[in-house]
Design a protein around this ligand. Structure first.
Ligand code: ATP
Ligand code: MG
Ligand code: MG
Length: 552
């Protein structure tokens, strides 16, 4: 079976190529509205549209779907372009704006009126929806439905000329008020909005609605396969109605796939915008946000997001993807590519009593256990060191194989040390461990074959201080916006960010460049924050833990 392993869109395309539909062409588009930053759901749509074009020798356009002047902005246009490029996709010279088609869309609207297929309706928006009914209530004809072509043309031109206030008149397609599908009950296609548009300024005071603008923009660009999410399924008949009424020859077709839903996340730009404006996060690129810019700042790689899109696949039924799948994608990528390093989040001082005062030796440490090409680095070893406070227990609980009084452990890539004495302050807090080291164990193994059960990460006593940001999921429930009655923001996880301001990192990390990624041994994958980290004053974001911490 030659279609085995293909998703339903690949099947459609291969069938179209067999039958010669669209002359064998494949032309897709990614059509974001520039009213917010792109999120991980968009990454799925980007990978899908650009991926299909690449696979079948076709083209994919980037179209800024900017027909609503109230919510759109050029900042968003910039961020969208940056994010698509960063993901590794290229629209070449095929970046378009729906607003570039305003003249042509207007001409199409006049044509529809002339064909007797659209009319100017003077009901208010509230009346229009009351007359429209819904799936259980039938629609009723607007009293303006029988206006003549001449009157409609005259009114529509005067709408364009700015004679009327917002919502005074609406242009509606004349389809079927008795249709069982409310979408076909004379949908509005143009409305009056006296609003400044980020690209066309004040040229227009009427704007086309999605159902009219989108399919015709597809047709204008020669799109063959117009892929959108499942909510648009019952609008496909309207899409076809409009292109059939106005376009001769090869017409685009709409196909619907399941949008991405992820656990512990909200995915709508409107909700993400609320979190930004209400300052519940630091911005669109807050590393806890599942925006592409947030994921980038968190340390995700473009390859990991493409891999994620591949893993989840494309289907025709909605599902909820476990956040763990996204984390798996970045873990798998960074496991291969991230150099290893050591950092201590909660430093506990260790004094190696038998190590000469004032002496330092440079240990040569491999940057990756399997990839010699990632090279080595120097880590200084000296009499004073830091280990992780919770790698020591004065009275070790059962199964604790790390450091304890009288016990010996390995310091990663260095020596065995043994705890001889615990120093406390007046309040009884442990302030320092006195240890000895075995010079024969340099590199981490004992020539006498002596075994230790624990290997600890550590940093030298002169290790620079760094800020480390530990992130957890932004929401504390799997589906924060499942209950429409409840405010999703009530489920924000109050512990989603922990800032450790006095972590210590091995000296080589002090000069990390913003965006550099590492595995901190035993702690997870981290990247130097692209905004706040500076060479000499490093700030690290934890991208992901080493293991799925959700199955503790
Ligand atoms: P939002 O509700 O988040 O604002 P949207 O669909 O209104 O999303 P658009 O800017 O119109 O946002 O989206 C551009 C493209 O991305 C559309 O083709 C849409 O189908 C797709 N898309 C948006 N969200 C998702 C998602 N969660 N999963 C897959 N594709 C998505
Ligand atoms: Mg949209
Ligand atoms: Mg939207």
């Amino acid at each position: 079976n030659e279609t085995q392993g293909l998703n339903f869109l690949q099947e459609v395309i291969e069938e179209d190529q067999r039958t010669g539909k669209h002359g064998g062409r494949v032309h897709t588009r990614f059509p974001p509205e520039p009213n917010g930053y792109l999120h991980i759901g968009h990454a799925k749509a980007i990978a899908l549209n650009f991926g299909l074009a690449n696979q079948y020798g076709g083209k994919c356009n980037l179209r800024l779907d900017d027909t609503n002047p109230l919510t759109e902005d050029t900042d968003y246009v910039e961020s969208i372009q940056r994010d698509v490029r960063w993901l590794g996709f290229d629209w070449d010279d095929r970046r378009f704006f729906a607003s570039d088609y305003f003249d042509r869309l207007y001409a199409f609207a006049e044509q529809l009126i002339s064909q007797g297929q659209a009319y100017v309706c003077s009901l208010s928006p509230e009346e229009i929806s009351a007359y429209r009914g819904d799936f259980t209530t039938p629609g009723r004809d607007s009293p303006y439905r029988t206006r003549s072509v001449e009157e409609n043309l005259d009114l529509f031109r005067r709408m364009k000329a700015g004679e009327f206030p917002d919502s005074k008149h609406t242009l509606r397609a004349k389809i079927d008020m008795t249709s069982s599908n409310p979408v076909l009950r004379d949908p509005p296609i143009y409305r009056i909005r006296h609003a400044h548009h980020h690209r066309t300024g004040d040229t227009w005071c009427i704007y086309p609605l999605y159902d009219f603008a989108h399919c015709l923009s597809d047709a204008i660009e020669g799109i063959t396969h117009s892929v959108c999410t499942l909510e648009f399924e019952n609008r496909r008949v309207l899409y076809d109605w409009i292109v059939n009424a106005l376009i001769k020859g090869d017409r685009p077709n709409q196909y619907e796939f399941a949008r991405l839903n992820l656990t512990y996340a909200v995915m709508s730009k409107r909700k993400l915008l609320q979190m930004v404006t209400e300052r519940l996060v630091s911005g669109w690129d807050d590393p806890r946000m599942l925006t592409i810019s947030g994921l980038r700042r968190r340390g995700y790689t473009p390859a990991s997001l493409r891999d994620f899109a591949r893993r989840i696949g494309v289907s025709k039924s909605d599902s909820l993807i476990d956040m763990g799948v996204l984390e798996l994608s970045i873990r798998d990528d960074l496991n291969e590519t991230a150099p290893r390093a050591m950092a201590v989040l909660r430093p506990l001082k260790v004094v190696v009593e038998n190590y000469p005062e004032g002496q330092t030796e440079e240990l040569e440490v491999a940057n990756h256990p399997k990839k010699a090409e990632l090279g080595t680095r120097k880590v200084p070893f000296m009499r004073e060191l830091y280990i992780e406070a919770d790698d020591f227990q004065e009275v070790p609980e059962k199964g604790f194989f790390r450091l304890a009084p009288g016990k010996e452990v390995r310091l990663r890539s260095a020596y065995f040390i043994k705890c001889e004495q615990v120093i406390k302050d007046a309040a009884g807090n442990i302030t320092e461990l006195r240890c000895t080291y075995d010079p024969a164990t340099r590199g981490g193994d004992s020539p006498d074959g002596r075994k230790v059960k624990g290997t600890l990460h550590w940093v030298p006593g002169n290790a620079p201080v760094a800020q480390v940001r530990l992130y957890d999921r932004l929401f504390s429930v799997e589906q924060p916006d499942r209950d429409k009655e409840k405010d999703f923001k009530a489920f924000i996880n109050p512990a989603s960010l922990e800032v450790v301001s006095d972590a210590r990192v091995e000296p080589s990390l002090a000069q990390a460049n913003p965006g550099d990624r590492f595995q901190f041994e035993r702690l997870g994958y981290f990247c130097a924050d692209a905004v706040d980290s500076k060479p000499g004053a490093p700030v690290f974001n934890r991208t992901v833990t080493l293991k799925d911490s959700w199955v503790k």
